[in-house]
Design a protein around this ligand. Sequence first.
Ligand SMILES: *Cc1c(COP(=O)(O)O)cnc(C)c1O
Length: 386
Amino acid sequence: MAFHINTKVVGSHHKDSHLSSVPPIYASTTFKSLSVDEPGPYDYTRSGNPTRTTLQESLKSIMNAEYVLAVNSGMACLDVIVSNLSANDEIIAGQDLYGGSDRLLQFINKKHNVTVTQVDTTNLSLMKKSITSKTKMVLLESPTNPLINVIDVKAICDHAHKMNKDCIVIVDNTMMSPLLMSPLDLGADIHYESATKYLNGHHDIMAGVLATNRKDIFDMLFYVINATGAGLAPFDSWLLLRGLKTLSIRVERQQENAMKLAEWLEGQGFKVRYTGLKSHPQHDLHFSQASGAGGVLSFETGSVELSSKIVDNTKLFHTTVSFGAINSLISLPGKMSHASIDPKVRAERDFPEDLIRVCVGIEDIRDIIGDMDAAITKSKRGSSKL
Ligand SMILES: *Cc1c(COP(=O)(O)O)cnc(C)c1O
């Protein structure tokens, strides 16, 4: 019987000779050979470790994939993938990518002469024109963060494979988690995520996971992981296994809270970006490929000064980067995570400087709205906690 994802996240696929309920941590870098001619199932932790295998087996069922590999950060996922590009190979990606992904693509462009073409991925006809038979890889994120733009993943996968059947379409699904969207089912070749965010959910480890249904892609990724040492450590694999068990209840509560906060903010007259709201121009497209809106929203106040004060005046929300943990976070991307992007480029890409990003946690919604309300009232009066 195929279980639902809410059940799958709770289960752990380990087989232990002592029948332990929780998988052990194999804190061993080396494993013995049976004899000179007979290797055992493991030899060295860079190549494989039983705790990492348990995690990967659990993720296979959660991510609906034939093959899963766990690495030591979300960025390591992209690094392992793009290591397979050579000079003059082309990768097409969105303009509105996670900042770290943007930086890595600029790096491989400068150092390795990989052609990086960044286009507005929300513009389907432009995307279709940009992807040609020469395109080796396409990198997508939906919804984007913090602009909350939605990309038609299936249409782009179909088109890319029509132009070049070997084109590898990659979806960074960190904003959704496997609970809300399954990129492989939409036609993607690789689904990866920063497990630092929703999958682990507690802001205490860095990790990344890669999933594919293609054996050739799995072999290519495993080769780089083994060659470079990007595989996830046993302790971190164990912590991620523990975090995963509550993925479904965490994300459900986060998006329930996010919806209530989004409606409340909209009711206060702010321009809110959240795919759960009917007012989001791509609400229908989003729900055609995902089952929920997730826990990240952003809103504009009309004034950078007011936005800065609201961020500073909240007490419950931590002012920090990242998202996906159990507590609520707030930030002003224009001055924080996106400050390194040239203001001219931000303006060209219609990046609102007064945009506040909120990553909603699992706290009581009355406290979340209460704290936001108090911060807004105080900020409009002009005082700040700083
Ligand atoms: C955080 C994040 C990453 C990078 O993951 P790390 O675990 O921080 O290396 C990649 N993509 C998205 C969308 C992210 O939010």
